[in-house]
Design a protein around this ligand. Structure first.
Ligand code: SF4
Length: 288
């Protein structure tokens, strides 16, 4: 049969069940959109969610991202899904800034847990990325007695013997990492150790699905912001599996050469990736 008539092998596409916005991101974007519909302009200190395409779309509707809260003096800020630190909240009040609170209720729950633990004089260990906005705000809520650790090696210098210790996690942490670090903390001889699994259920489901998907396809496309912690964790989980893994923000980054000779590809997304982008990724894969 001539080459031109040989039927092209179709790449099998397996889309994960959990794609698109999580509950907290959907809610935050909805709150921002509702406010902009009636007020036309607002600010967010840092991007409202970690997805450049969504941030750009909201910017076109009047939501300006700022670094310095002073720029919003006398206007309104939308508090992003990652929450706000007490210091920034105080500054907003001092600058007569209106606050539209789009903090995810699960992040808010972590704040409440930490406030209570602080009252009860626990040494609080926050497992997460120190420079992530959620953890910056949470560690400020927890105060001076709190320690942020990202890996078990961060525990080396901590003396917990005979202390009351409480452990909480970044909501978007990789669960296996949290369990490993929590188990290392348990070995450090605290008088009392309380562990709060504050990882969000949506994140846990996506991580489980990423692991499963990476075991049954040749390649996985992880769709989401490059600075999104939960998306990066999904990519790491897939890389640890047997599949080739590519982390893309949109369909424009997809290269046909990635799938040459492959039989199947899985598609999964981070919690701040809208379903429209995942749809476009799948459509592009279909025409490769
Ligand atoms: S990933 Fe979970 S904690 Fe984070 S915004 Fe979404 S629902 Fe909230």
């Amino acid at each position: 049969m001539p080459n031109s008539k040989r039927k092209k092998k179709q790449l099998k596409i397996k889309r994960a069940r959990h794609t698109g916005f999580c509950f907290g991101v959907k809610r935050a974007v909805g709150i921002a959109e509702d406010f902009l519909n009636s007020n036309k302009r607002a600010y967010s200190v840092g991007p409202i969610i970690h997805n450049p395409a969504v941030v750009e779309a909201l910017s076109g509707r009047g939501l300006t991202v700022i670094d310095n809260i002073k720029r919003a003096k006398g206007a309104n800020i939308v508090i992003r899904s990652h929450g706000i630190s007490p210091h920034l909240r105080k500054r907003a009040v001092a600058l007569s800034i209106g606050m539209i609170d789009a903090t995810c209720p699960f992040v808010d729950r972590s704040h409440k847990i930490v406030i209570q633990l602080k009252r009860e004089s626990y040494h609080i260990i926050i497992v997460g990325e120190a420079d992530h906005p959620e953890i910056k705000a949470l560690s400020e809520v927890a105060g001076k007695r709190a320690t942020v650790v990202t890996t078990s090696s961060g525990l080396k210098r901590l003396t917990l013997k005979n202390k009351k210790v409480a452990v909480v996690a970044q909501t978007t942490l990789w669960r296996d990492d949290f369990l490993n670090i929590a188990s290392s903390i348990l070995k450090k001889g605290g008088y009392e150790v309380r562990i709060f699994d504050t990882i969000c259920n949506d994140v846990v489901q996506r991580q489980a699905e990423a692991k499963e998907l990476a075991g049954r396809v040749d390649a996985v496309l992880v769709v989401g912001g490059k600075i999104s912690a939960n998306t990066r964790h999904l990519a790491k989980i897939c890389r640890d599996g047997r599949a080739k893994t590519y982390h893309v923000e949109t369909e424009k980054e997809i290269r046909p050469s990635w799938f040459k000779g492959l039989d199947s590809v899985g598609v999964i997304s981070g919690a701040s990736t809208p379903d429209e982008i995942v749809d476009r990724v799948v459509s592009k894969l279909k025409i490769l």
